[in-house]
Design a protein around this ligand. Structure first.
Ligand SMILES: [Zn+2]
Length: 173
């Protein structure tokens, strides 16, 4: 039976999380096909998706074009304010130090990420930059493996390329 509009409004946070991650993963896969490290992010406000982005570092040749930063910018534009204490940011990979800094500056209320990032992660891996901030950070353990596989497949694809594209490889890593 189709849900009524009243039922749709009373979405549980599990359903919101699922929808938000569905969008983040779709964008991660999309940008991965154009040579960007596959990471996606989405922003929910009151159960409504207000922004989403994939990592576009290669496409834009911009070291700051991480999925989280692009999604936060879009969210701030949509809401008309920099303070994002009432939104949740979903991201397929643990944020790096740059993105963690922006998240804390934006006073983002909650962050949920899928895979941990052992080399660059700023929540539980390389740094613990959210400690003492207003941002509540959680790992979505059920989706961690999906994100890790997406990244592993991407880097495996790069390694499988002929030697002539070594420059591209170095560019992407
Ligand atoms: Zn980042």
């Amino acid at each position: 039976m189709a849900p009524t509009s009243t039922e749709l409004k009373s979405e549980t946070s599990t359903e919101v999380d699922r929808d938000a991650f569905a969008q983040a993963f779709a964008l991660a896969e999309q940008v991965g096909r154009s040579g960007n490290v596959p990471v996606g992010a989405s922003v929910m406000h009151g159960g409504v998706l207000i922004a989403s982005a994939g990592n576009l570092r290669e496409t834009l040749q911009d070291p700051t074009a991480h999925a989280e930063l692009l999604a936060l910018r879009e969210a701030a534009q949509r809401l008309g304010r920099w303070r994002l204490d009432d939104v949740t940011l979903y991201v397929t990979l643990e944020p790096c130090a740059m993105c963690a800094g922006a998240i804390v500056q934006a006073r983002v209320g909650r962050v949920v990420y899928a895979a941990a990032e052992p080399k660059m992660g700023a929540h539980q891996s390389l740094h613990r930059l959210f400690e003492g901030s207003h941002t509540r950070v959680e790992q979505h353990h059920e989706l961690a493996e999906r994100s890790a596989h997406l990244l592993a497949d991407f880097f495996e694809g790069l390694r499988a390329r002929p030697q002539s594209s070594l420059d591209d490889q170095n560019r992407a890593l």
